[in-house]
Design a protein. Structure first.
Length: 285
């Protein structure tokens, strides 16, 4: 009977060990999937950031060419604008490096916390397994002592006491297995909650980085549009001043032409009068 009980315990432990190995492989597959999703998101974000930088570079080159075509004579303004573009590119590069470093530091902290919790869970799980084994052994030893005492005191009730002890042992093992399965289900639920929390934290970090970049891009776009509007307004004011000067000059030219015509007419009239007077005097003489 003791050999039979040992065989039952060995079979139960073998089935539990196979189930534990399957859970561990499944946990490793979940970790691999999470790592692959994180790596894929990182690659997509880097490609998208490179594309945005390239588009911004093209737009900056187009703006520089247009400004150079419109204002070739303003060399000092052109040089100052080139210096501003260089400073802005340097700041953008520094901001990209800072964002990448912040993302790596956040991921490193999250990974350290998760690894520490995983180590604590594994340690607690091993201690629980050892405690369950020790408790089962103590229960077996106690039941054996009781059985031996009852065997010494009464030979008639030997078969009944043996059945009672066997039934009590199976009931204890069943209760232990139910408690252990409940603990495993609770541990699985906690693990799923931790994975969901980590995934939500990663999504929140990506969303926050995207919102910060979008706000900075909107600010730069508004500044660029405001600068273009100012340049257009300055060009209009200059054209208006030139047109006003030209109009004044035309009015002066017209007035001068009219005065010249009046002077010529007055001179011709004066000559005509003198000629008539001269002819008249000749006739009188």
């Amino acid at each position: 009977r003791c050999f039979y009980d040992q065989k039952i315990i060995q079979k139960t432990f073998g089935e539990w060990k196979g189930w534990w190995t399957f859970c561990r492989e499944r946990k490793l597959s979940f970790r691999a999937d999470s790592h692959y999703r994180h790596l894929l998101h990182n690659l997509i974000f880097k490609a998208w950031r490179a594309y945005v930088c390239q588009q911004q570079g093209k737009r900056n080159k187009y703006d520089v060419a247009e400004s150079h075509a419109k204002k070739q004579k303003l060399l000092r303004t052109w040089q100052c604008w080139l210096v501003y573009v260089d400073v802005r590119r340097t700041k953008h590069g520094m901001q990209s490096v800072a964002l990448a470093f912040r993302e790596r530091s956040c991921l490193r902290i999250s990974w350290a916390v998760w690894r520490r919790r995983h180590y604590q869970n594994c340690t607690g799980h091993k201690m629980n397994i050892l405690a369950l084994q020790h408790w089962a052994q103590s229960l077996q030893f106690r039941a054996w002592l009781q059985w031996r005492e009852l065997y010494l005191y009464s030979q008639n009730d030997k078969q009944k006491e043996t059945r009672a002890v066997t039934h009590h042992r199976h009931w204890e093992l069943k209760r232990c297995m139910e408690a252990w399965l409940g603990y495993l289900n609770l541990h699985r639920a906690k693990k799923l909650q931790n994975e969901l929390a980590q995934e939500h934290h990663q999504r929140r970090i990506v969303r926050q980085c995207f919102s910060d970049w979008r706000l900075s891009w909107e600010c730069k776009r508004r500044t660029h549009a405001h600068r273009k509007d100012i340049e257009k307004l300055a060009a209009r004011i200059a054209l208006r001043r030139v047109f006003a000067h030209w109009k004044h000059y035309v009015v002066l030219c017209v007035e001068e032409t009219r005065q010249c015509e009046l002077a010529e007419k007055h001179y011709e009239h004066h000559l005509l009068v003198r000629a008539l007077l001269h002819i008249r005097w000749k006739r009188l003489w």
